[in-house]
Write a protein that binds this ligand. Structure first.
Ligand code: COI
Length: 353
């Protein structure tokens, strides 16, 4: 592949960023990667100043929802080297999302080189304080202008980057959803497509009006089994075991989920991936055998769930401490990402200089 050309911004916005108060997704870095798919192939990408792109209101993704994305993170390790966490696994998931949404595949080399180019251009934007990172948002959407209901023949691939801190500022309170549905088996729940998020807004907004931070989605048939939380997968510590819903076509195959399960196995924690019923979570709370609940995601990393509301009954979980499984897992993950622990699972991709 040819080197990716870079058109630099004339005036950087870097000095306007408050790196001590990043929040999540509030700032976009100076540059973005841009590539088009047309004439049956992905055309050469380029790095350009972040900004507006030409579009028409007839662009197919606006009407029929062919839009998918990824969420990944880049860091500077303790030696100052630029790294991306598990880009190959994100690429594999991107391919699955693209296939489900009838989009033309791109090669791994094309995807990784594109990431490298945009991260290297905005290397200065990679934050180094604890808990922060450069969030990477590859997004692909249909751009053909037509009104007929059809698979688009044209797409854009854009990579935005954003220096971020923690996704949640504090432990979250979640509500088990017993009416609305995020995804049904055979649908698009496993894919990272835009519509999954748009469809979740209304029930999440209702939950927020009731004082909750997130919805805990349940299965589309009976609302008996827990799926995920929309912005993150969920894990529980039940009877000292790490328990998480087994993947189905309605659940996103989280890269952080997979990493934490791998680490837990390595640390000798008993892991169970299986159907997790709402009833057993309630029973575990009542008996005191449910000791932890947390979300796992690229943005959320490990986010403590402080309380779970089940049919109006509030299950407030014990406060976490240094022995909590979630904090031990989080520390191990962060230590690998920052180079304090060996990368025995080969999760760290060093960006070539
Ligand atoms: C992520 O964890 O990267 C996500 O995509 C979740 C959310 C920020 C949309």
């Amino acid at each position: 592949m040819n080197p990716i050309p870079v058109e630099r911004i004339s005036q950087s916005r870097l000095s306007m960023i408050d790196f001590n108060n990043l929040g999540f997704g509030n700032y976009l870095s100076d540059h973005m990667l841009l590539a088009n798919y047309n004439d049956g192939r992905w055309q050469d990408p380029k790095v350009v100043p972040y900004g507006e792109i030409p579009m028409t209101p007839a662009m197919l993704s606006l009407h029929y929802g062919q839009a998918i994305f990824e969420g990944m993170k880049a860091f500077k390790n303790k030696n100052g080297e630029l790294i991306i966490f598990r880009p190959q696994r994100h690429y594999q998931r991107l391919l699955k999302s693209m296939e489900r949404m009838c989009m033309p595949a791109m090669s791994e080399e094309y995807f990784i080189n594109s990431l490298n180019a945009v991260i290297k251009t905005d290397e200065q934007w990679v934050p180094t304080s604890e808990g922060s990172s450069l969030y990477l948002r590859p997004v692909i959407f249909a751009t053909e202008s037509r009104l007929g209901v059809k698979i688009s023949d044209e797409y854009k691939f854009v990579i935005l980057t954003s220096p971020v801190g923690p996704y949640f500022a504090k432990p979250v309170r979640v509500k088990v959803e017993e009416h609305y549905v995020r995804a049904a088996e055979g649908g698009t729940g496993f894919a990272k497509c835009a519509g999954n998020y748009g469809g979740a807004f209304y029930p999440t907004q209702l939950a927020k009006e009731q004082g909750f931070d997130q919805v805990l989605w349940t299965d589309a048939c009976d609302h008996k089994y827990i799926d995920e939380s929309g912005a993150m997968n969920v894990m529980f510590v039940l009877n000292g075991k790490l328990v998480t819903p087994k993947l189905t076509s309605a659940i996103l195959d989280g890269v952080t989920r997979n990493s934490l399960l791998t680490l837990a196995n390595k640390m000798g924690i008993v892991v169970e991936e299986r159907k997790v019923s709402v009833a057993e979570i309630k029973e575990g709370f009542e008996k005191g055998t449910l000791t932890e609940a947390f979300g796992a995601g690229t943005a959320a990393v490990v986010s403590t769930i402080a309380a779970i509301n089940i049919s109006g009954e509030e299950c407030v979980l014990p406060e976490i401490n240094g022995h909590s499984i979630q904090l031990r897992l989080k520390k191990r993950l962060e230590d690998i990402r920052h180079g304090y622990e060996p990368d025995e699972f080969e999760w760290i991709y060093k960006i070539p200089q």
